[in-house]
Design a protein around this ligand. Structure first.
Ligand SMILES: [Fe+2]
Length: 229
């Protein structure tokens, strides 16, 4: 082996190591952003973690590649980051929101996108934040996008987001349960929600069987294997 080839190999190894470290630092930064935001709002903190784990499980079922799974996990982990710009009393309001209050809560999408506007990431994190309330039939917000205009990562995050929101308790109501959450998504599959993502969710629910669904998702550990890949 010539000295030039050895030197090229060393340079390549050094570049690969630098890239690995940069990627690791970005992942850690997104985790830190999520953790900081979690301090003021426990509901959103747990919600984002569970949506991220579930979305990654759905993404795996749909055969997404490692890089897409990674982006899906990280985007879902901060999808509601904009809620820190919404008055805390609205996020944790025990009663029904007035139309004006609901309009204010909806601004969390735009606020989240704005927060990360100048951050260049190798994953579609901002897209997931910006599109997780869009619906296939155009009934979502903030832009009323429809069909393929909504990225696959956002469509998967939407399914995981709605499922978690119905399944788990909220400040304004008791938990409605995972069976009801799945039924609601199945009614909207192919209309508001991505049918394949809903089917994949259904297979996870069946696989969990009688055990607590979130304990099952936790033990399946879909996300850590993505991040460590
Ligand atoms: Fe949201």
């Amino acid at each position: 082996m010539t000295r030039t080839v050895r030197s090229l190999e060393k340079t390549q190894q050094a570049l690969e190591e630098a890239l690995r470290q940069a990627r690791h630092a970005l992942i850690q930064t997104i985790h830190t952003i999520s953790a900081i935001a979690s301090r003021s709002d426990r509901y959103t903190a747990l919600h984002q973690e569970q949506v991220a784990a579930l979305a990654t499980g759905i993404g795996r079922r749909l055969g997404l590649e490692a890089h897409h799974l990674e982006g899906l996990y990280l985007g879902a982990l901060v999808h509601d980051i904009g809620k820190i710009a919404v008055p805390a009393e609205l996020i944790s309001k025990p009663g029904k929101l007035t139309p004006e209050e609901y309009s204010l809560v909806k601004t969390h999408v735009r606020a989240g996108v704005d927060m990360l506007e100048n951050v260049s990431l190798p994953w579609p994190v901002q897209l997931i934040i910006g599109q997780h309330h869009e619906r296939l039939d155009g009934s979502g917000y903030p832009l009323g996008l429809s069909g393929a205009a909504i990225g696959i990562e956002a469509r998967i995050s939407a399914v995981a987001d709605v499922f978690e929101a119905i399944c788990q308790p909220r400040p304004y109501r008791e938990a409605r349960g995972c069976a009801e959450a799945l039924a609601e998504l199945e009614r909207g599959a192919g209309i508001a929600y991505d049918r394949e993502a809903v089917d994949a969710l259904g297979s996870l629910v069946r696989e969990a069987g009688s055990q607590d669904f979130w304990t099952y998702i936790d033990s399946a550990d879909f996300s850590s294997t993505v991040i460590l890949a």
